[in-house]
Design a protein around this ligand. Structure first.
Ligand code: SF4
Ligand code: F3S
Length: 120
């Protein structure tokens, strides 16, 4: 089992979750965080830290977001050099983005693009 970051994190990236993880399982992308399922020890500490309720155990991920299970696994490999274990400022307009649903289309997978957060 592992914990999974899902859709509400996109364009918010509050990072409170990453600061409490005892095994540094979080990896950062330009506008999203993922959890490395190999590192996660299922301690549950991160869930309560996320102000937008983006984190679930893999067996409780809402049906519409089950693809995020594979996404966390894949992106944690691609972002292996982007370990995050401290709080950073959330992205601009995080509060506005928190009210939006289905943000998958805005996910920026590639650091190489020098991608900037888009406006809400
Ligand atoms: Fe880290 Fe625990 Fe969250 Fe897993 S459940 S990512 S070990 S804080
Ligand atoms: Fe994302 Fe929530 Fe963590 S918005 S960065 S999962 S605190």
């Amino acid at each position: 089992m592992a914990y999974i970051v899902t859709d509400p994190c996109i364009q918010c990236k509050h990072t409170n979750c990453a600061a409490v993880c005892p095994v540094d399982a979080f990896r950062a992308g330009p506008n999203f965080l993922v959890i490395d399922p190999i590192e996660c020890i299922d301690c549950d500490a991160c869930v309560a830290e996320c102000p937008v309720d983006a984190i679930y155990p893999d067996d409780e991920v809402p049906m519409e977001w089950v693809d995020y299970i594979e996404l966390n696994e894949r992106l944690s490999e691609e972002w292996a050099n982007h370990v995050i274990n401290e709080v950073k400022d959330p992205l601009p307009n995080a509060d506005e983005w928190a009210e939006k649903d289905n943000k998958r289309q805005y996910l920026q997978e590639n650091w190489d693009e020098n991608a900037k957060p888009v406006n809400p």
